[in-house]
Design a protein around this ligand. Structure first.
Ligand code: ATP
Ligand code: MG
Length: 364
């Protein structure tokens, strides 16, 4: 049953997408999409999930749906090859979540490391919305509704995929083989697992306001790179510098290719040489930042250009999303039927049940 390769990922429409999303997941999705090495790929905008911690700000979520869709198209996701949809428009996902709720305990959710971190990050303390607390369950529904086998995400999502796997096992053990276990697909490059913010904080995140957005202009990018967190001990150019925990070098790890040196900075032939010089001392932050800026522009310029093209026809983007939602409903609906049959809640299409009951009562 699990021999097919079905990819699925999503993003919350809580802001435009940033370079953390790009290296953590988006870049990989585009590579896979273009390699053709998959049976199906679903990418969705998780608006229902975004509402779990933005319930009083629906306009923010609504406005960002189109932003995320434009970001998808601008990085090269192609609705001709994959299905792009909006989570709330596929009610089958909500229905599936409801049944999954009985397969997970409150204490298991409390132990989920991603839930813990995200609760702390949002200062919820005791006022956690139930919907937010249970979002690993809805994520399991999103994954299993499409029988997804491969989930390309950043490291922060790993515990979510583990939780989904547990739900699948529990479901299948009670109701028989129905759902498919997913596998997480993490970036190969360690710097991309969890890209830090420009302030040096552990994760670039929309909620923390420390992002370089894919749609930032060259001017915005320039400002952000120049004010980026580096090494607080590297005060004078001559001082030895640290590359660990230094955003400029982490971003170089994530984006730099050897060919960038030939093109932009022929004094060095690769990143190791540059790092060695920085560590020894005698290499200023500004020079490194200028190099990083060129590399980021090299990567982001084609994305910005494509975005401009798609921005010219917004109705077409909504039309694309609508079509994607219809495709997604068909796929999720088929799984939901199987789930209901397995759970014995398919009363009207079970002729055997009706016959059996009539026999029982006709004999009384
Ligand atoms: P929010 O703050 O609203 O949670 P976010 O910036 O964390 O937003 P999500 O929509 O939660 O973004 O994440 C979408 C995808 O991007 C997930 O696969 C996640 O693992 C990945 N991702 C998010 N931030 C990073 C990051 N800094 N580095 C690597 N991957 C990331
Ligand atoms: Mg997040």
């Amino acid at each position: 049953m699990a021999s097919k390769k079905i990819y699925l990922t999503g993003d919350r429409p809580t802001g435009r997408l940033h370079i953390g999303h790009y290296v953590g997941s988006l870049r990989r999705r585009v590579e896979i999409q273009n390699s053709g090495d998959f049976d199906k790929m679903f990418v969705f905008i998780a608006d229902a999930q975004a509402l779990t911690d933005n319930i009083d700000n629906p306009e923010k979520v609504r406005q960002n749906v189109i932003e995320v869709a434009l970001d998808y198209l601008s990085v090269g996701l192609d609705p001709e090859k994959i299905t792009i949809f909006i989570q709330s428009q596929v009610p089958e996902l909500t229905e599936l979540s409801f049944y999954f709720m009985d397969l997970v305990t409150v204490s298991r959710l409390q132990r989920n490391p991603t839930v813990k971190t995200e609760i702390a990050m949002r200062n919820f303390e005791t006022s956690i919305p139930v919907g937010f607390f249970t979002y690993p369950i809805s994520q399991a529904a999103d994954i299993t509704a499409f029988k997804a086998t491969h989930i390309p995400v950043g490291e922060d999502q790993k515990p979510m995929i583990e939780q989904a796997t547990e739900i699948v096992r529990k479901f299948n053990s009670i109701y028989g083989e129905t759902l498919v276990e997913p596998d997480v697909v993490l970036p190969d490059n360690a710097a991309c697992l969890r890209l830090p913010g420009t302030d040096g904080k552990a994760k670039m995140s929309k909620s923390l306001g420390n992002c370089i957005y894919l749609s930032d202009t060259a001017e915005e990018l320039h400002k952000k790179v120049m004010s980026m967190y580096t090494d607080p001990l590297h005060i004078n150019v001559a001082d030895p510098g640290h590359v660990e925990g230094n955003c400029v070098f982490t971003y170089l790890d994530a984006f730099c290719k050897d060919s960038d040196f030939a093109e932009f900075w022929p004094d060095y032939s690769n990143l190791d040489e540059l790092k060695d010089h920085y560590r020894r001392g005698g290499l200023g932050d500004v020079k490194c930042k200028k190099f990083l800026e060129k590399i980021l522009n090299r990567e982001l310029e084609p994305i910005r250009e494509r975005r401009k093209q798609f921005e010219k026809d917004i109705p077409a983007v909504y039309e694309m999303l609508k079509k994607g939602c219809e495709e997604a409903r068909a796929a999720a609906g088929a799984t939901l039927e199987e789930v209901k049959r397995a759970m014995k809640i398919n009363y009207f299409d079970d002729e055997a049940l009706i016959r059996e009951q009539s026999v029982k009562y006709s004999q009384q």
